[in-house]
Design a binder for this molecule. Structure first.
Ligand code: IMP
Ligand code: MG
Length: 179
């Protein structure tokens, strides 16, 4: 892994694809343990979570699992605007369902908190969250995800679904902004 440059910013290697695969397997095993008999409804938060969701959804190997997609946008450049827009809504009835939100990263927590509240309002039996990455020092709203791949410092990262203004989602490894 070597440095990559996007929009004039340089990023250095942070988490390798092998380390990601290992933690995805661990999170998937925890989800299998807790949801195997609950007909869980996974909700992938687009766009960033699509790669993590595809990997963890397959790896958890739950016979009666379903997946749905929702889209929010809050980031511009390298920081959260804190101003959430629901761009694509939910089409499935969540009443009485055991819901697991799949996120790429929980930063300020505003997206996660808003989505949890929306699902509880719509009658979900319970709502939990699995996030590949969590920045606890940035949290301003809601609670920590129940399932976490990596806990990281409050630095801007990209790759494996995470973007800088829509770029770099296709990198198989995760990179961090260089000082
Ligand atoms: P939050 O609402 O501030 O927790 O942020 C949620 C969304 O911001 C995530 O789902 C990501 O799409 C995006 N985000 C947060 N931190 C980063 C980062 O370090 N790199 C790229 N996107 C990020
Ligand atoms: Mg994003």
């Amino acid at each position: 892994m070597s440095e990559v440059t996007y929009n004039g910013l340089t990023f250095e290697p942070f988490i390798s694809r092998e380390e990601i695969a290992e933690q995805v397997q661990r999170v998937a095993a925890e989800l299998k343990r807790d949801y195997d008999d609950k007909k869980p409804l996974f909700i992938c938060v687009l766009n960033g979570a699509f790669i993590f969701a595809a990997d963890v959804f397959r790896a958890c190997d739950i016979h009666d699992a379903e997946i749905e997609f929702i889209r929010f946008k809050s980031y511009e450049g390298t920081s959260s605007t804190g101003n959430m827009k629901q761009i694509m809504g939910l089409n499935t009835d969540v009443a009485g369902r055991h819901v697991v939100i799949l996120e790429d990263i929980v930063d300020t927590g505003f997206t996660a908190d808003q989505l949890r509240n929306l699902l509880i309002e719509k009658g979900a039996a319970d709502v939990k969250m699995a996030s590949l990455l969590f920045k606890p020092d940035s949290l301003k709203a809601g609670v920590a995800p129940e399932y976490i791949g990596f806990t990281i410092p409050p630095k801007f990262i990209l790759g494996y679904g995470l973007d800088l203004d829509e770029l770099a989602r296709n990198l198989p490894d995760i990179y961090v902004l260089k000082k």
